[in-house]
Write a protein that binds this ligand. Structure first.
Ligand code: ZN
Length: 462
């Protein structure tokens, strides 16, 4: 019943406050819940961005790739109708799930998994140009309306997260998440995909690449879908493919850039410049790929072992993670996973050592964009050891790194209770209830508030 009420409220809002906004690319009008200022768009992106880092295992550490591809993105953004609007920020996310997306505010992402599957720089530009196109057109604003976006995103992250952290109580697994976090981004409609494909073509052509390379990426996702045997590919869920999409791209090129259709392949960038930086980036990624594959498999095995509560498979997963860490010693994710195994096996000293190693390595990479998970897990270790002061500090940091997650906040609340910091605990539980209304953490937080004799905050309870 609750959601029906919310839906009714939504329709009421649409009737009362709906108005017309302008698409920055083609100046067409669209129905919206109210104009969103540039400042609001940037603030939304800034609030959203840390959560994306947390859900996708942070930034992939390859300074050469970040530098080279980042410069390409800056060049690309220079051709954008919204070039002046944002300081465009490019990130390679450290996850194997093939995906690319952009969020309002100029944040643009590709995953390690998709990057390593690309063949050419032109393909990279057309993929990222497509994603940039969604931001230029303000497709998320068009789809949802300003007021809704924040609420829906919080709701969906809560759902996705509780789906992957469903677990025993009081849970170690609750703090883990899965290796490739599920995506929560909006699904765009057919017309929006076409508009963004056109932007992908525009960027590739404008920057001197062969715009037809965009179609290679579709072929890749199609193949992936066939191979996966019906498994949902996240990018396809948010970017529905159909057979027209490839022919539409060719039609767009013929219509707007007819001079390019007859040009020899060797005349397009980067061949013209003899540039092999992209090839080197791919080679580095592909060398590391088997290790990340092993890591992903071990995570799946680890999650299953945790559900089953058996120590044998946990030891096996641990052995596998240790092999990964031996192959790529400075990857903090591997040490985090080793720590998670030791914690699950109740070897707290070893867990702490591995997690502190993960944090040390992570801090050497990008101290301003720390990994969420090792801090959350280290908090769990201190909590289990009974050092609630250190636990509270780690959970507080973890919560800063993943503001939309109820998990670290809930454990921060528990730690504060142990320390006699009732007011801090109440504040934390109230936030948990807001973030996870329908979920298990919301329920548990409401129980804690009741037992502390505190109200649930401003009209949020049911
Ligand atoms: Zn798209």
């Amino acid at each position: 019943m609750y959601w029906i009420l919310r839906l009714a409220l939504l329709f009421l809002c649409l009737l009362l406050v709906g108005s017309c906004c302008v698409d920055p690319v083609d100046q067409t009008m669209y129905f919206c819940l109210g104009e969103m200022s540039l400042k609001e768009e940037v603030e939304l992106g800034d609030a959203y961005a840390p959560n994306i880092d947390a859900m996708f295992d942070g930034v992939y550490h390859d300074p050469a790739a970040a530098d080279y591809l980042g410069r390409l993105i800056v060049e690309m953004a220079g051709h954008s109708v919204r070039a002046e609007d944002f300081a465009w920020k490019f990130t390679i996310l450290n996850t194997s799930t093939p995906n690319a997306f952009a969020v309002p505010g100029g944040y643009i992402y590709i995953t390690r998994g998709l990057l390593s599957a690309l063949e050419t720089e032109g393909q990279f530009i057309s993929v990222m140009g497509h994603e940039l196109g969604h931001v230029e057109h303000r497709h998320s604003h068009q789809a949802m309306g300003r007021q809704l976006i924040g609420g829906i995103v919080v709701g969906l992250i809560g759902t996705a997260e509780s789906a992957v952290t469903r677990s025993r109580e009081p849970g170690l697994a609750t703090s883990l998440g899965s290796a490739g976090a599920q995506l929560f981004l909006l699904r765009y409609d057919r017309g929006q995909e076409q508009q963004s494909d056109e932007r992908g073509v525009y960027y590739a052509a404008t920057m001197g690449y062969d715009p037809a390379e965009a179609t290679k990426t579709f072929a890749y996702f199609q193949k992936l879908e066939e191979e996966s045997g019906g498994l949902q590919i996240e990018w396809l869920r948010t970017h529905p493919l159909n057979e027209n999409r490839i022919s539409d791209i060719h039609a767009e090129i013929e219509q707007k850039y007819p001079e390019l259709t007859a040009r020899p392949r060797s005349s397009f960038r980067p061949y013209r410049e003899g540039n092999d930086s992209f090839a080197q980036i791919l080679a580095t990624l592909q060398r590391a790929e088997p290790t990340y594959e092993q890591y992903d498999k071990a995570w799946t095995a680890f999650a299953e072992a945790l559900e089953g509560g058996k120590s044998g498979p946990l030891e096996q997963a641990l052995g596998s993670f240790e092999e990964c860490a031996a192959a790529i010693p400075d990857e903090p994710l591997f040490h985090t996973a080793i720590g998670a195994c030791h914690l699950a096996l109740e070897r707290h000293a070893e867990a702490r050592e591995a997690l502190e190693q993960a944090i040390r390595l992570d801090d050497m990479h990008l101290p301003e964009r720390r990994l969420f998970r090792p801090h959350q897990l280290l908090g769990m270790v201190w909590f289990e050891e009974g050092d609630h002061r250190k636990a509270a500090a780690e959970f507080e940091l973890a919560s800063d790194l993943f503001p939309m997650s109820p998990t670290p906040l809930y454990y921060f609340g528990l730690s504060c209770e142990k320390l006699g910091r009732r007011d801090d605990a109440v504040r934390a539980y109230r936030q948990v209830v807001e973030l996870d209304q329908e979920g298990s953490f919301g329920t548990k937080a409401r129980e804690r508030l009741r037992s502390l004799g505190a109200s649930q905050g401003a009209g949020r309870g049911r």
